[in-house]
Design a protein around this ligand. Structure first.
Ligand code: ACM
Length: 551
């Protein structure tokens, strides 16, 4: 009897401690000691770095601590009972990110084979901190052994439809870091704006970086705000952002779209179109700001027929652009788009029809495949690999391409079966521009994607045999910004869905359930409050059933 009361008290203590261990994404293994206790981080606590290359982890921790709790930790040479030791071991780390985190009376220790593993240990430690401000931060004794499930854990950001400043992009990258994401897919060129400085073609940004107005309401629009808008990143700013992400162990992948979504580039250089003399087509009913003659940067949203002409002039232009873009991004991947490129202009262009004949291509899809393969060859010759949206499967896949599957998982499955790498981004599970509630509570592109659906996603489709599954590198959520015009709205669209996605991409699949996740999400929401982010509370609403579909 006495023994069982003691056991009950011990269990009660350890479950109280466990309730403080609410890490998202959930670690692979969390062990609480038989006897619970806590370690207090105060301004006297010091870091001990066994390897100076771990300094970015200390900097991130200290910046966070200072911003939220108002103090920073100094460093010391020798471990004591009041130190946080960061160390590296020699164990193999195939997924580049495994780590151990131990919090004991004798101190805190994070050990990993890799620098990013230590950084992920730091992210877990940040989530052990209390969610109320204090000068003494008690964290429970705990032993964590963790590693990511997928090597590719990404978030995309479209800065074409709406421009986000350097400091906003950095804030976004910080959110990725806090969720142990490791790829930032930066969608830099669009019909509504070209956002990266190219020195050889200054009109890309001076003309293509700006538009005279933007539609109001859903595309094609009910009006136009008649307000000039735009912006672009200089190459120096791009380097700064790429380095900022790298200090968070995040690789930035630029996307330079081709052959579609090219209206802004064509507005700058009309000769890139099959029909340079034709004015930009404006659908009847679209309310326009400023001139409607000549080539214009788009002011409404959708898919447009004025795409790049597959001429030698265009190939030379795109190669010149890439010659300036590639050196800015150490990433081995470069995204070349390939999606939503209507064939209307290619069909009515004598030049294109002649080219199809000359090259012995089947049709315009064959021509798109020729276009992409030619660009792939160039990019491969520079030591880089291409990623393309799943349309690049049509007409034949470029030999070394990685496919980003967005129209459901079908393209990803097909690519994996062809032994090509795949990144899963199916719109029904990870399009964070979709509404989180039904009916939508603010203007969105449409769709319905509650956080529970994101949490229920598994990037490995059941259609893949065991030996094909290895081609799925991981997954990514996409944030298209037609209806996301500012940072608070951006935060509203990603939180809490990004927290759910981080667990899908990092944590073991076994044992994952919404009922287990939901209480941890409630703790996470307290962190959102600490971070002062604007998040959706739609997770508290019942999920509205929708017919299942794959696209
Ligand atoms: C896409 O959503 N058009 C890739």
């Amino acid at each position: 009897m006495y023994k069982s009361i003691t056991l009950c008290i011990l269990l009660a203590f350890s479950s109280a401690a466990f309730s403080q261990v609410n890490i998202i994404p959930k670690p692979k293994e969390t062990i609480l000691p038989d006897v619970s206790g806590s370690f207090s981080i105060t301004a006297q606590t010091k870091f001990v770095l066994k390897d100076p290359s771990l300094q970015p982890s200390v900097n991130f921790f200290n910046d966070y601590l200072f911003k939220i709790y108002g103090f920073r930790l100094k460093s010391a040479k020798v471990a004591t009972k009041n130190t946080i030791v960061l160390d590296r071991n020699k164990e193999a780390d195939t997924l580049q990110g495994s780590y151990t985190l131990n919090v004991k009376a004798s101190g805190i220790k994070i050990v990993s084979h890799s620098r990013q593993g230590v950084f992920y240990g730091i992210q877990s430690l940040l989530q052990l901190l209390p969610t109320s401000k204090s000068a003494k931060l008690d964290i429970p004794w705990v032993s964590i052994k963790d590693e990511p499930r997928f090597a590719y854990r990404g978030m995309h950001l479209d800065v074409g439809r709406h421009f986000f400043t350097v400091s906003e992009v950095k804030k976004y990258i910080d959110y990725l870091a806090l969720h142990k994401m490791n790829y930032f897919h930066w969608h830099l060129t669009e019909d509504q704006g070209w956002r990266i400085e190219i020195k050889k073609y200054p009109r890309l940004t001076s003309v293509g970086g700006f538009r005279n107005g933007t539609i109001t309401g859903h595309a094609p629009g009910t009006g136009n705000d008649q307000t000039p808008t735009g912006g672009f990143y200089t190459q120096e700013e791009v380097k700064d952002i790429v380095a900022y992400a790298a200090r968070r162990y995040i690789t930035t992948i630029p996307e330079i779209e081709m052959p579609g979504h090219a209206s802004a580039a064509i507005a700058a250089y009309p000769e890139l179109s099959c029909f340079p003399e034709e004015s930009t087509y404006i659908k009847p009913g679209v309310v326009w700001a400023g001139s409607t003659s000549g080539k214009q940067v788009q002011q409404t949203f959708g898919v447009f027929t004025d795409v790049f002409a597959p001429t030698e002039k265009t190939f030379a232009f795109l190669q010149d652009v890439l010659d300036e873009v590639l050196p800015l991004f150490p990433s081995k991947f470069i995204h070349i788009g390939g999606d939503e490129s209507p064939k209307d202009n290619w069909k009515r262009s004598e030049f294109c029809q002649q080219l199809i004949k000359e090259k012995g291509l089947k049709d315009e899809h064959g021509l798109q495949s020729y276009f992409i393969q030619r660009m792939e060859k160039y990019i491969n010759s520079k030591g880089k690999q291409i990623i393309g949206w799943d349309e690049i499967l049509e007409g034949g896949l470029a030999p070394n391409a990685t496919v980003m599957s967005w129209r459901g998982e079908v393209g990803g499955i097909e690519a994996a079966k062809q032994k090509h790498n795949v990144i899963m981004t199916p719109s029904t599970y990870v399009y964070f521009d979709y509404a989180q509630s039904k009916p939508e509570d603010s203007l969105t592109i449409g769709g319905y994607l509650p956080v529970q659906t994101v949490y229920g996603y598994d990037p490995i489709p059941k259609e893949l045999a065991v030996d094909e599954q290895k081609y799925v590198l991981g997954g990514q959520a996409n944030l298209w910004t037609e209806y996301i015009t500012n940072m608070p709205k951006l935060e509203y669209m990603i939180f809490p869905r990004m927290s759910a996605l981080s667990e899908v991409l990092w944590s073991p699949k076994e044992g994952r359930s919404w009922t287990e996740f939901e209480p941890r999400l409630k703790q996470q929401v307290q962190r959102y409050d600490l971070w002062k982010v604007n998040y959706s509370k739609a997770y508290l609403l019942p999920v509205v059933p929708v017919p299942t579909k794959t696209n």
